[in-house]
Design a protein around this ligand. Structure first.
Ligand code: GLU
Length: 269
C-alpha cells in the first residue's frame, strides 16, 4: 500500500458546459472518453479531481408552467445535476469505480474548519474506489458564489496543493486576441501567469453555453500560479488528458514563474 502523500489528489481537471453538454443533453461521447482516461490515471497512481459544469445548462425545463416563473436558472441545476451525474455514473460503473459528488459554495473555502474537512474528505475518497466530481452548489449559491467554475477549480487546486490544473474549454488554447473577432490571432503555447500580454488577450465573452469566457480562465490560472501550479487551457479530445499529464505541450501552458522567462512563446494556431 502506498503512503498518504502519494495518494493525495494530484491534478484538478475542469470541464466547461460547452464540453460536457451538447444540444441540451450530457455529451456522452466526451464523458465516456474522459472516464476511460480517469480510470487510466488512477491505474497509474494519479488521483484526479474533476470539476464538472453543465448542471444549469441541463436543468433548463422543457415544459414551463406558471409556478416555474419565480425559479432561477440556477435552481433548475437540481435537475441538471442528476442528468449529468447519471451519465458519469453509467460510464464509471463499467470501470468498477464509484462516483462521489461534492457540491460546494464559495463560503466553504473561507472557513478553516470546512477547509480542513474538505481536504480530509477528498483525500479519503480519492484513496477509495471513488472518483471525485465537484461542482458549485448552484441551487444555494443562486448565482452569487464563484463567478464561474474556473475560479472554483483554481480554489480547489490551491486548497489541495496540486501541481497541475487543466481547464478544458471549447478552444484549443489562449490566443493573443479573441479569434472570433481576430481570426488571424495566434495561440500562446507557453506563457507566464502574470505576463501582461496574457491578460490583454483575454476575452470575457462567454461561449453559447459557457459562463466565464477566457478572462475567468486566465484569472483562475493566476490563482493556481500563486500556489505554484501550472494551468493548461485547451479543448477536450480523447487521450488528450493523458498526454498533458505526461508533459506534452498541448494547448496553452500558463506557468507560475515570476522573474525569469516572462517572454511568451507564440506559435501559429
Ligand atoms: N456550476 C455551473 C453548472 O454546473 C457552471 C458554472 C460555469 O459554467 O462555470 O452549470
Amino acid at each position: 500500500m502506498s503512503n498518504k502523500a502519494q495518494e493525495a489528489p494530484s491534478i484538478v481537471i475542469k470541464l466547461g458546459s460547452s464540453t460536457l453538454t451538447s444540444g441540451g443533453h450530457p455529451n456522452r461521447a466526451v464523458i465516456a472518453a474522459l472516464c476511460d482516461e480517469l480510470k487510466q490515471l488512477r491505474e497509474r497512481g494519479q488521483y484526479p479531481i474533476v470539476v464538472t459544469s453543465g448542471a444549469v445548462q441541463l436543468g433548463v425545463p422543457v415544459r414551463r408552467t406558471d409556478c416555474c416563473v419565480s425559479a432561477t436558472r440556477e435552481g433548475f441545476a437540481a435537475v441538471g445535476q442528476i442528468r449529468l451525474m447519471s451519465a458519469f455514473a453509467d460510464c464509471l460503473s463499467s470501470h468498477s469505480y464509484s462516483l462521489a459528488q461534492i457540491l460546494l459554495k464559495h463560503e466553504d473555502f473561507l472557513c478553516q474548519h470546512t477547509r480542513a474537512q474538505l481536504i480530509g474528505t477528498i483525500t479519503s475518497l480519492s484513496c477509495s474506489d471513488a472518483i471525485v466530481l465537484i461542482n458549485e452548489n448552484d441551487v444555494t449559491s443562486g448565482g452569487r458564489g464563484f463567478p464561474s467554475n474556473d475560479e472554483l477549480s483554481a480554489a480547489l487546486a490551491a486548497l489541495l496543493n496540486v501541481s497541475k490544473l487543466v481547464i478544458f474549454t471549447d478552444r484549443p488554447g489562449v490566443y493573443e486576441a479573441d479569434p472570433r473577432v481576430h481570426p488571424q490571432a495566434r495561440l500562446f503555447e507557453t506563457i507566464g501567469a502574470w505576463d501582461e500580454q496574457l491578460l490583454a488577450a483575454a476575452s470575457d465573452i462567454p461561449t453559447a453555453t459557457g459562463t466565464g469566457g477566457m478572462k475567468s480562465k486566465i484569472l483562475a490560472a493566476q490563482i493556481a500560479a500563486e500556489h505554484g501550479a501550472v494551468t493548461v487551457i485547451t479543448n477536450y479530445a480523447p487521450r488528450k488528458l493523458q498526454r498533458i499529464v505526461d508533459g506534452e505541450r498541448l494547448g496553452t501552458w500558463i506557468m507560475p514563474e515570476t522573474a525569469v522567462d516572462r517572454t511568451p512563446t507564440i506559435i501559429n494556431a
